[in-house]
Design a protein around this ligand. Structure first.
Ligand code: GTR
Length: 349
């Protein structure tokens, strides 16, 4: 039944490779196509990066963790930008794994980040507010956007800029002695879930890539998708993408890829997709099918892919056995404690 459903979407077959070397070359080609057509060409690496500690609390959550707030300053050819990053890290004798959260909030904890629970799980968490990097609108004259020159057909959109910022946080994190930099996940919800997927595709330092309710142009197949489609999203949020992407509005069938390519770009690392039952705009079915369709990338490398049953999941089901994790949560479009609990369990597995 699932196979038929997927076949009915008529998505392009995913190119795969059986050796890591071949896959990396292919992955770069696929990444280039996705960036060129959808998110815009990647922003170059920075020339310099500095971090200034603004605040440090050696003991929080009863002494289980410490808190820091730093100001990250990044220099690129066009100039310099600066944005704050907050972190809560377990007070541990050994380096700990961590999440980098691309966030709608400026501070932690917050409604979407149960920091104490993350600490208790043995993880640190770094978080930055996405609009501190560049605004979420058509203004390309300020913040990071203002440093990148004129906006052309294939220039990076705002998702690519926020993804770039997550990579700069990783530049900082990988130098910290108290973090196990081989175990750092990138995570975001909704538009920031799309952003997390792109960051994970661009930067293989992320061991796990987590998309929460990212939907259209994130973890959901575009072909046959319910709710938000390319026409809606490029009409309302043209600035998230490169201008050229608009040509696929109502012409999904002409895309040379579908979003399962995006999920596959995380291979051979791990990726997690979370959907919410009352989120038809994102379309949980198209997110689940996208996981099924991305699975061959791992399988070709003799890694476990997506161990899906032959049916759509019931609410609460999580598939943790493979390299792709998935759960469908009851309730609406949100990132909540229950989601974090599943991410933590998956990251540990
Ligand atoms: C919606 C948008 C979605 C999703 C969401 C969000 O308005 O249509 O693609 O990203 O915003 O970011 O909250």
């Amino acid at each position: 039944m699932l196979k038929e459903l997927l076949n009915s979407r008529k998505i392009p077959p995913l190119p795969v490779a059986s050796s890591l070397e071949e896959w990396e070359a292919l992955r770069q080609k696929l990444l280039h196509t996705l960036c060129w057509e959808e998110y815009g060409t990647p922003i170059p690496e920075p020339e310099a990066l500095t971090a200034q500690v603004l605040e440090y609390k050696p003991r929080c959550f009863g002494g289980k963790a410490f808190f820091t707030r730093i100001q990250l300053t990044v220099k690129i050819a066009g100039g310099e930008i600066s944005f704050p990053v907050e972190a809560v890290i377990p007070n541990s004798a050994k380096p700990v794994p961590a999440f980098i959260s691309i966030s709608f909030y400026s501070h932690i904890p917050n409604f979407s980040l149960p920091a104490e629970e993350v600490i208790d799980g043995g993880f640190g968490v770094f978080s930055f507010h996405y609009t501190d990097v560049t605004t979420d609108d058509n203004d390309f004259s300020t913040g990071l956007a203002g440093l990148l020159g004129s906006r052309e057909e294939h220039s990076p959109g705002k998702l690519a800029m926020w993804a770039w910022a997550a990579m700069r946080v990783m530049d900082y994190v990988q130098e910290l002695s108290y973090i196990d930099s081989r175990r750092v996940a990138v995570l975001g919800h909704s538009r920031l879930g799309k952003t997390a997927l792109l960051a994970g595709a661009l930067d293989t330092r992320f061991a796990l890539v987590i998309s929460n309710d990212s939907g259209s142009c994130g973890a959901a197949l575009s072909r046959g998708k319910e709710g938000e489609d390319i026409d809606h999203i490029t009409e309302e949020f043209p600035f998230w993408f490169c201008p050229a992407y608009r040509q696929y509005a109502k012409k999904e069938e002409e895309l040379p890829f579908d979003q399962h390519f995006m999920l596959a770009l995380s291979a051979p690392r791990k990726v997690y997709v979370c959907s919410a039952q009352e989120d038809p705009w994102a379309d949980p079915v198209s997110e689940f099918l996208c996981c099924v369709a991305a699975s061959p990338a791992w399988e070709a490398l003799s890694l476990p892919g997506f161990s899906s049953p032959d049916q759509l999941p019931a609410t609460g089901d999580a598939f943790h056995e493979g390299s792709i994790g998935y759960h469908l949560r009851a309730g609406g479009h949100d990132l909540i404690r229950e989601d974090w609990q599943k991410f933590i369990a998956f990251f540990r597995s």
